[in-house]
Design a protein around this ligand. Structure first.
Ligand code: MN
Length: 193
């Protein structure tokens, strides 16, 4: 993934009412847009020019470049996993097998993932990631954190910064976390594993 602002593969109003056009417009255009602007302003002369977002996140020390590259990578994975026309209610193929093996069932995984997202204090992200042995883990990261920084492969993520849900759900983070399961594109997500 490069450092330009991604184009959303769906219309701004197409995920309503789970995520309204106003939320998507601000979240993609303003929040993600600002991370893109800030990273591209900070890259020249930094030694990180020309690297992929994943390489920057894996190598950059804590600070402006890590934070902005991390937030671009996080938001790209987040926005590109949604669809207005979900055709699958859960994972398929080897991701389904791994979720069943690790968490007992998809329903148990959903419960654990949602409750850990609700419990994450402050701003951050809840992740399903794959470790070096091919096993699945749920990880909570604050701020711009991403599993790539720990050598893990990101599979699924929910943004729990307030800007992701405050327009539509106010302070009701658990309601937002419960609703976004309904717009996931399990073809995209299963192919990440
Ligand atoms: Mn966000």
């Amino acid at each position: 993934m490069d450092t330009n602002l991604i184009t959303l593969p769906y219309a701004l109003d197409s995920l309503d009412p789970v995520l309204s056009a106003e939320t998507l417009s601000i979240h993609h255009g303003k929040h993600l847009g600002a991370y893109v602007t800030n990273l591209n302003a900070a890259l020249p002369g930094s030694g990180f020019e020309g690297l992929s977002l994943e390489e920057i996140v894996a190598k950059a020390p804590a600070g402006k470049i890590f934070n902005n590259a991390g937030q671009i990578l996080n938001h790209n994975l987040y926005f590109l996993q949604f669809t207005p026309t979900p055709v699958l209610e859960g994972p398929t193929g080897k991701l389904k097998e791994a979720i069943d093996k690790t968490f007992g069932s998809f329903e148990e995984f959903k419960k654990t993932f949602t409750s850990q997202g609700a419990a994450l204090f402050g701003s951050g992200w809840i992740w399903l990631a794959e470790d070096a042995e091919g096993s699945l883990v749920i990880k909570q990261y604050s701020n711009a954190g991403n599993p790539v920084a720990d050598g893990l492969k990101p599979i699924l993520t929910f943004d729990v910064w307030e800007h992701a849900y405050y327009v539509d759900y106010r302070n009701r983070r658990p309601d937002y976390l419960g609703a976004i399961w309904n717009i996931l594109d399990w073809n995209v997500i299963s192919n990440r594993f």
